[in-house]
Design a protein around this ligand. Sequence first.
Ligand SMILES: Cc1cc2nc3c(=O)[nH]c(=O)nc-3n(C[C@H](O)[C@H](O)[C@H](O)COP(=O)(O)OP(=O)(O)OC[C@H]3O[C@@H](n4cnc5c(N)ncnc54)[C@H](O)[C@@H]3O)c2cc1C
Length: 492
Amino acid sequence: MSQGVIIVGAGPVGLMLAGELRLAGVDVVVYEKLPAATGESRGLGFTARTAEILDQRGLLARLGEFRWGRQGHFGGVRIDFGELAENHFGVMGLPQSRTEELLEKWCTELGVTFRHGCEVTGYTETDEQVVIGFEGPDGPGQDSALYLVGCDGSRSTVRTLAGIDFPGLAATRGMYLADVVGAGLRMRPIGERVPGGGMVLSVTLEPGVDRIVIHEPGIRPDHGVGELTFTEVADAWQRMTGESVHHASARWMTALTNATGQAAQYRRGRVLVVGDAAHDHAPLGAQGLSVGLQDAVNLGWKLAATVNGRAPEGLLDTYHDERHPVGAELIRNTLAQSLLYLSGEEMEPLRAVMRELVEVPEAARHLAGQVSGLDVRYDLGAGGHPLLGARLDPALELTRPDGARTRVAELLHAARGVLVVTGAAGAQAAEPARGWTDRVDVVTGSWNRADAAGPAGIPETVLLRPDGHVAWTGPQDAELRTALERWFGTAV
Ligand SMILES: Cc1cc2nc3c(=O)[nH]c(=O)nc-3n(C[C@H](O)[C@H](O)[C@H](O)COP(=O)(O)OP(=O)(O)OC[C@H]3O[C@@H](n4cnc5c(N)ncnc54)[C@H](O)[C@@H]3O)c2cc1C
């Protein structure tokens, strides 16, 4: 008998998916080619929506100290998130390694099995299962599962083995990134333009350590891994800023490009791809990790229901249908940001127009909604309440019949469906959900009215999917029973 799911890659996305599957009781094994975490941090924080999804699993509170970022930008055009009506603040300056540590600890608590030091090199698929081949510390081996998920990064082996196309744009620009120890630099957190078409960025990672990013026209976009020297980085920094960092050293450095790619199919048979394996882009908008974690939370409960034999027809395919457009939008907005960030003086008129536009609250909100991830709204059919398919703000509060106050985020900790029935709707509104209480929690109470002032208002009754998106609202939408069947399968 095969176990449920094999995940390839213990990066942030593989870890998030593994935890989501375990919450639904699925057996998960994670294969990771590295023997142990490197402690390296590519990402330095995450967006508002990703903070929300971590909060929905009780994980945000476990992160320890971090700071919220009021200062947003779109390709270097400053957007003050503090001026917007909705809270788009993301988590800033948090090393990716800390997010990964937290997720790995959570997975271990939930009983995920890890096979570190094992590189997946091949697989075969039958009607019933997937059999992988791997190279481990004790030599080659095989393992099987009902499904195989590639969370193995932008050069995904799983995606390649599955023959999934990865169309995109070839690199045209190169950048250097280095975590510099002992330089004591002036901060340029959203980047500064340098005459002649360059851009430099610097942020403090910790006392005495600064991350710098350098775009200088002429940097090769095809630097091989490990080819870059600190002297090249320091020389470029001096040419761009006039400051010497030659006396310092680099704790980590890498060359980056603006290449893009997106998996044409997020699912092929029993194989799925998630995170960077599904979409790759220049990291200038700082959204890759965030979108990957959201992919994982979109897929987790659907794959779990499929493995557990409870999924309604077509549920698993909604992962591609819902997340492929989000990946395409991510690539579009980071390409637009790269143009603004990395082009020369010829882009200045457009930058000036953009600076004017972001003074218009609606325009600033639109761009902020894209980069924060708060505006993702899945197409669950025409009509219906404006919140249908969107996320329900996890900060909304319910007052329960016993007077206790509960945030929406807390209702989602178990990654189950939730039907919220408020006083106005009456207890009989929950009656149709009786056959689904093994998968859907019914919660009664009344919305804290101070929260209900949003443009869409808060519906009397809301059916939430485990990912926190609204699947149905009452009394506006058609039958609750139809929505329950569509997302959670047949009643018992
Ligand atoms: C310089 C830089 C800065 C960034 N900054 C941000 C930021 O601020 N915010 C943000 O949201 N994103 C940022 N990103 C993007 C972010 O780092 C990635 O989107 C994120 O790491 C993707 O996670 P993942 O789990 O999909 O893939 P990865 O983190 O790449 O993990 C893939 C894992 O799979 C393993 N693996 C690969 N092949 C195999 C195999 N065959 N068998 C077994 N294991 C395998 C690898 O060892 C690795 O551990 C940045 C990226 C870069 C490069």
